[in-house]
Design a protein around this ligand. Structure first.
Ligand code: GLA
Length: 388
């Protein structure tokens, strides 16, 4: 949990008295299952987690929104609320807030001057959605009415996704923003990305926990690889559509795959179809409390992401395999876009320390990197958690 006194002191150092300021929390997310199908109209099953970004924010009478981030050496960005807002170069973190302010303003939301101080417990660029977390946080601070009800929260998620797609230039799906906007403690979010409807699914893990395993591998080229998969899926859909009028690639069947003669495109489509079925089975397993079945589905998902979709890599595979070989771990898989980032393991609580020791050693020996491990619990979506 964040230390409110420390946050208030930091705020005061940069902006003066924090009296009247509000404290916000925006979570990161894991994805239990349903990987790389949110841009194919699929069902996905993410959950908001207890690591994320905290903010202390206060309205001012000035003509700018000033944001200072502890995670970027207290760097301050200043966004003019009446003037033109253009993207900053080189994937600067400030682009997320700039885009959010611009898109909210263009959509007609009233924008006031603000002072905002940020502090994160979420590792960056690790596949835990630190960008969607920041987007939703800034949207919630600037336009708190977006927190009012589920419909407003869906609008928030869609606006944040547009910012990432158009302003920042990353062609992500809707899963991350929706899980952060609509997360619920002790639940996963079963999201139908074809029509943006959802249902919360209770998670009862009993003596098991979800352990996040961070490869800490610097992720280069991830966007180009992501866009490559996106266009491979578009290609697969176009080939199938010549024979049958389906709307999304997840609506394809094994029989439709016979129309794809390119081996690579065939493998991508086969992953998408099988992953969609696994999501439905995982929901059933969670509802029946069948954790062994859930674990098996996680394993199958990882194999498919490694062999068919080819978005894993030596780092993720090493951590997943090491985790799986420890007694008490009943399933593990990479999550998010891949090519580094994080994996999750479903592990008995008595086996956690053993798993961490073993997997860290194997991983360091094989890759030279030092992995990080976080025991994670689920959390509510972005919201106000206190006042000064
Ligand atoms: C990234 C994207 C998501 C989703 C995952 C893969 O996290 O932001 O929209 O496509 O990759 O499942």
């Amino acid at each position: 949990m964040v230390n409110v006194n420390r946050l208030s002191n930091e705020f005061e150092k940069h902006f003066g008295s924090p009296k009247g300021a509000k404290i916000y929390f925006s979570p990161g997310r894991i994805n239990i299952i349903g990987e790389h199908i949110d841009y194919n109209g699929g069902y996905v099953l993410p959950a908001a987690i207890d690591r994320g970004i905290f903010a202390i924010a206060k309205e001012t009478n000035s003509n700018e929104i000033a944001i200072c981030s502890a995670d970027f050496s207290d760097e301050m960005i200043r966004i003019p609320i009446h003037n033109e807002i253009a993207p900053l170069p080189n994937m600067h973190w400030g682009n997320y807030p700039c885009g959010i302010v611009k898109y909210l303003r263009d959509a007609g939301y009233p924008i006031k001057g603000m002072y905002i101080y940020l502090e994160s417990t979420l590792p960056k660029s690790s596949g835990l959605s630190s960008s969607a977390c920041l987007e939703c946080l800034i949207a919630a601070i600037i336009s708190p009415q977006l927190l009012n009800d589920n419909a407003s929260r869906i609008s928030m998620a869609l606006l944040c996704q547009r910012v990432e797609n158009e302003f920042v230039g990353v062609k992500c799906g809707i899963m991350d923003q929706m899980s952060i906007a609509l997360g619920k403690k002790d639940h996963a979010l079963l999201l139908n990305t074809a029509n943006i409807t959802f249902r919360h699914i209770p998670i009862h893990l009993g003596e098991y926990i979800i352990l996040i395993m961070n490869t800490k591998k610097p992720r280069n080229l991830i966007e180009s690889k992501y866009n490559e998969r996106l266009s491979e899926c578009h290609h697969a859909l176009a080939l199938i559509k010549k024979h049958r009028p389906i709307e999304n690639l997840v609506d394809a069947t094994e029989a439709d795959l016979t129309h794809i003669d390119d081996v690579v495109i065939y493998k991508r489509a086969r992953h998408v179809i099988a992953e969609q079925i696994r999501v439905q089975k995982a929901v059933q397993a969670l509802e029946e409390g069948n954790l062994f079945e859930l674990g098996k589905l996680l394993d199958e998902s990882h194999s498919s992401l490694r062999n068919e979709y080819e978005v894993s890599g030596i780092e993720l595979d090493t951590l997943v395999n090491a985790a799986r070989s420890v007694e008490g771990c009943i399933g593990a898989r990479m999550i998010g876009a891949g090519f580094g980032g994080c994996a999750i393991a479903l592990v008995h609580r008595d086996a956690v320390e053993n798993l961490i020791n073993y997997a860290s050693n194997v991983y360091r020996e094989k890759t030279g990197f030092t992995a990080e491990f976080y025991k994670c619990t689920t959390s509510d979506g972005v919201g106000i958690i206190g006042e000064v």
